[in-house]
Design a protein around this ligand. Structure first.
Ligand code: FAD
Ligand code: LAC
Ligand code: ZN
Length: 476
C-alpha cells in the first residue's frame, strides 16, 4: 500500500496532481472500451502534457515495474486500450492533452502533430492550406493520430492513399526505458538502414509510446463524384470495380460494400439516416471518384461508367449525389455502421482481408460456414471491397446472447470459422483493426512460428521488462 502511495505521489510530483486521476468517477471513462465489451481496473490515469512528461512517467513505471497502457481516443474495436483484468496494476497513459499541431510545411507536404490530436482536426488543419491528410474512418471525430498510427488504421480511402503506414513519414517515440527517439524526419526517401518507424506503426503500444508524428499530405481534391448503387450480385460488384479501376485509375478513391442487413441496421438504429435507394437491395456499393481538376469531367466519367454497368446488367439501381450535402448524407450512412451494430445486438465482428479477386469466394464460403453451424445468427457484411477487406459480422440479439451459456466458446467458434475461410484463401484475420485483446489467440493460430519468433525478439529487445501494454498482440 505504501509502495502504491509512494508511486502515486512521485507521479504527482512529475505531472502535477491534476494530471493524475484516481477517483472512480474520473477513471471510469478510461477503463471500459467503446463497445462496452472489455472493462478492467487501473491504478490511475495519467494525462501528460508533453513528450518530457511522458518520458518521466515511463521512467517511473520502468523503475517500479508498473505496466502501462497508452490510450488515445479509446475507439479500439479489439479492446487494445483498456485494462483486461481487475488487478488494478496498470497505469493508463492518456495522450489527450498532447494535441499541439507543431508545424505544417505546405511545400514539403508534411505536418508534424502531437499524438493526441484528433484525426478530424488534423484533416481540417491540412485542408486549411489546401492539402489532404487522407486517412478517414467512422471514428475520426474522436480517434487520435497516435491511436491510428499504433493500430495502422485503414478506413475508406485506402484504395487510393494506402493505410496509415503509407501516410506517416516520421515518428517521435518514448521507449520503454524512458528514452525519447526523435524520428520526425519528413523525408520521402531515406535508406539509412532498417526503417525503424515501421516497427512502431501498428505495434499497438507494445513497444513504446508515440508522442508525435510527421504526416504525409496530398493535394486536396477540389471535386468529388459519388454514387450509391445496387449491384446485381457480388460478382457484378467485382466487375463494376474493375471497370472503375481501369477507367478512373487513381481517381477512384472509395469502393465500399454493405449487404441489405447492414444497411437496414443503420437505418433502424441511427437517427436521421435514410435509405439511399427507393428499393432495398441485397447488396449496396458506395463508389467515389475525386480529383483536383474539373467537376464536370469527373461527373461525366462516373455517369458513363454507371450507364455502361447498367446496360450490362451489373447494376440494378443507382443514385448520384448532386451536391455536397447529399454526398455527406451518403457518407454518413456508410460511417454509421459501427454505431448501428453496437445498438443492434451482439456483433461478433471480424476484420479479414483476402486478395481482392477472392472477395466473392470469401463471402460465399464464410456465409455457408456460419449458416450451417450457427443458423440463429444474422449475417451483417460491410467492408472496404477495393482493399479486399470485409467485415463479416455474425450478429445475434441481446436476448438470445444472454441465453447462451458458453459465450466465449461461441464467439471464438464463430470467429474461427470466418478467419479459417480467409486464411485458406491466402488472407489475414486482421486487416486494419489490430490485435488488441480479441486477436491474441488468433495470432497463435494463424501466424507462422518464424513471424512470431521475430516479433517476440523485437519485443524482448525493446521492452525486456514487458511493461508496455502487456498481454496484447503477442500470445504467450
Ligand atoms: P485507442 O483505441 O485509444 O488505442 C488503440 C491502440 O493503440 C491501443 O492498443 C492503445 O494502447 C494504442 N495506442 C493509442 N495511442 C497510442 C500512442 N500514442 N502510442 C502508443 N500506443 C497507442 N479502424 C480502421 O482501421 N478502419 C475503420 O474504418 C474504422 N472505423 C471505426 C469506426 C468506429 C465508429 C470506431 C469506434 C472504430 C473504428 N475503427 C476503424 C477502429 C480504429 O482502430 C480506431 O478508430 C483508431 O485507429 C484507434 O484510435 P484511438 O485513438 O481511438 O486509439
Ligand atoms: C468500418 C470499421 C468497422 O469499416 O472498420 O466501418
Ligand atoms: Zn473497416
Amino acid at each position: 500500500m505504501s509502495d502504491r502511495a509512494d508511486f502515486l505521489s512521485r507521479l504527482e510530483a512529475c505531472l502535477g496532481a491534476q494530471s493524475v486521476l484516481t477517483a472512480e468517477t474520473d477513471v471510469e471513462g478510461f477503463v471500459e472500451d467503446f463497445k462496452g465489451r472489455f472493462k478492467g481496473t487501473a491504478l490511475c490515469v495519467v494525462q501528460p502534457g508533453s513528450t518530457e512528461d511522458v518520458a518521466a512517467v515511463v521512467r517511473l513505471c520502468a523503475e517500479h515495474g508498473v505496466p502501462l497502457i497508452p490510450q488515445g481516443g479509446n475507439t479500439s474495436l479489439c479492446g487494445g486500450a483498456v485494462p483486461s483484468d481487475e488487478s488494478g496494476r496498470p497505469v493508463i497513459l492518456s495522450l489527450s492533452r498532447m494535441r499541439r499541431m507543431r508545424t505544417i510545411d505546405a511545400v514539403n507536404g508534411t505536418m508534424v502533430v502531437e499524438a493526441g490530436c484528433v484525426l478530424k482536426s488534423v484533416q481540417d488543419a491540412a485542408a486549411e492550406v489546401n492539402l489532404l491528410y487522407p486517412v478517414s474512418l467512422g471514428a475520426e471525430g474522436s480517434c487520435q493520430i497516435g491511436g491510428t498510427i499504433s493500430t495502422n488504421a485503414g478506413g475508406t480511402n485506402v484504395l487510393r492513399y494506402g493505410n496509415t503506414r503509407e501516410n506517416v513519414l516520421g515518428v517521435e517515440v518514448v521507449l520503454p526505458d524512458g528514452t525519447v527517439w526523435d524520428g520526425l524526419r519528413g523525408l520521402r526517401k531515406d535508406n539509412t538502414g532498417i526503417d525503424l518507424k515501421q516497427i512502431f506503426i501498428g505495434a499497438e503500444g507494445t513497444l513504446g509510446i508515440v508522442t508525435a508524428a510527421t504526416l504525409k499530405l496530398h493535394p486536396l481534391p477540389s471535386c468529388f463524384s459519388l454514387a450509391w448503387f445496387a449491384p446485381s450480385s457480388i460478382d457484378a460488384a467485382m466487375r463494376v470495380m474493375s471497370m472503375f479501376r481501369a477507367a478512373a485509375s487513381s481517381k477512384l478513391s472509395a469502393f465500399e460494400l454493405m449487404n441489405r442487413t447492414q444497411l437496414d441496421l443503420v437505418i433502424r438504429h441511427v437517427r436521421n439516416r435514410k435509405a439511399p435507394l427507393a428499393n432495398s437491395a441485397d447488396w449496396n456499393v458506395l463508389v467515389e471518384l475525386s480529383d483536383v481538376r474539373e467537376q464536370a469531367e469527373l461527373d461525366d466519367l462516373l455517369q458513363d461508367l454507371l450507364a455502361q454497368a447498367i446496360e450490362e446488367g451489373l447494376i440494378l439501381d443507382a443514385v448520384v449525389a448532386t451536391n455536397d450535402s447529399q454526398r455527406a448524407e451518403l457518407w454518413e450512412v456508410r460511417h454509421s455502421v459501427t454505431e448501428a451494430n453496437k445498438s443492434a445486438g451482439i456483433g461478433l465482428s471480424t476484420d479479414c482481408a483476402v486478395p481482392v479477386s477472392a472477395v466473392p469466394q470469401f463471402i460465399d464460403q464464410a456465409t455457408l460456414a456460419v449458416r450451417s453451424h450457427y443458423p440463429e445468427m444474422d449475417i451483417v457484411i460491410v467492408g472496404h471491397m477495393g482493399d479486399g477487406n470485409i467485415h463479416f459480422i455474425p450478429t445475434i440479439s441481446f436476448e438470445r446472447w444472454k441465453a447462451i451459456d458458453d459465450k466465449s466458446a461461441v464467439s471464438a467458434g464463430v470467429r474461427r470459422l470466418v478467419n479459417d475461410v480467409a486464411h485458406k484463401l491466402g488472407g489475414t484475420f486482421s486487416a486494419e483493426h489490430g490485435i488488441g485483446q480479441t486477436g491474441v489467440l488468433a495470432m497463435a493460430d494463424y501466424k507462422s512460428d518464424v513471424e512470431l519468433r521475430l516479433m517476440r525478439l523485437i519485443k524482448q529487445a525493446i521492452d525486456p521488462q514487458n511493461i508496455m501494454n502487456p498481454g496484447r498482440v503477442l500470445p504467450r
